[in-house]
Design a protein around this ligand. Structure first.
Ligand code: DXP
Ligand SMILES: NCC(=O)COP(=O)(O)O
Length: 246
């Protein structure tokens, strides 16, 4: 079965709306875990618009599953990662002016910086993933740079309309097959929700999905534990079961 990493960034977005102390992402992580989350994902942005340094340190102490820290390759943030030692670090692109992450990290254009970041993180025995487009050249370079895993950005798929949806799904299927063939662990994330996740869990070779905004949006209405449980149920219901296929 595919693991679910719950991204709790936007619990912190609600807190930061008033620069208050609640809702606490640490409490959200406990509830997400009770709901069946296989890991917790957080994005410590350079502009600290949501997750704060304090959240990262406390979550390292309290997360009992896997802590995945998303970060851009800024020296300051890498230094925090080396201190905190998350189970996994996912290198992502980042721009202050963006509303949310836009596309995948261009590991070809940023090879030197990405290689340096990977070397530092792996020297601290942190599993490294690269958040990239489902593109053969990006996959091949990720292998050359020494990544343990890649996370295909699914924004292009989640924002697709009409016939483009199947085209984007096919890109994800082909990219996953290529990456698995090259020995990479394959994750996916960005813009996945309770409906568009269904075809994604049927892609052979995907090991983990990182889902945040749609789960937090549901959690605002029904609570985090139930929102995560419902996502796990959708993933399990649509995951290909060899026994079912007869
Ligand atoms: C990399 C990615 O797609 C998300 O995990 C990331 O966290 C998005 O950034 P925001 O959560 O700040 O929108
Ligand atoms: N890397 C994707 C992630 O962690 C969550 O993205 P989203 O579901 O908040 O769009």
């Amino acid at each position: 079965m595919i693991r679910l990493g719950v991204n709790i960034d936007h619990v912190a977005t609600v807190r930061q709306a008033r620069r208050a102390n609640e809702p606490d992402p640490v409490a959200a992580a406990v509830l997400a875990t009770l709901g069946g989350a296989d890991g917790i994902t957080i994005h410590l942005r350079e502009d600290r618009r949501h997750i704060q340094d304090r959240d990262v340190y406390l979550l390292r102490e309290t997360v009992t599953t896997r802590l995945n820290l998303e970060l851009a390759a800024y020296d300051e943030i890498i230094a925090i990662a080396l201190k905190v030692k998350p189970d996994e670090a996912t290198l992502v692109p980042e721009k202050r002016q963006e509303l949310t992450t836009e596309g995948g990290l261009d590991v070809l254009a940023n090879a030197a910086g990405v290689r340096g970041a990977i070397e530092k993180l792996k020297s601290a025995h942190i599993h490294v993933s690269l958040f990239i487009d489902p593109d053969p050249a990006q996959i091949d370079e990720s292998v050359r740079l020494g990544a343990d895993a890649i996370e295909f950005q699914t924004a292009s798929y989640s924002e697709a309309k009409g016939t483009a949806v199947q085209h984007e799904l096919e890109k994800l299927r082909a990219a996953t097959a290529r990456a698995v063939g090259l020995g990479l662990h394959v994750h996916m994330g960005h813009g996945l929700n309770y409906w568009n996740v269904q075809p994604v869990v049927r892609i052979p070779g995907v090991e983990e999905l990182n889902i945040g905004h749609s789960i937090v949006s549901r959690a605002v209405l029904v609570g985090m534990e139930r929102a995560v449980r419902e996502m796990k149920n959708v993933m399990q219901e649509h995951y290909p079961n060899p026994r079912k296929s007869g």
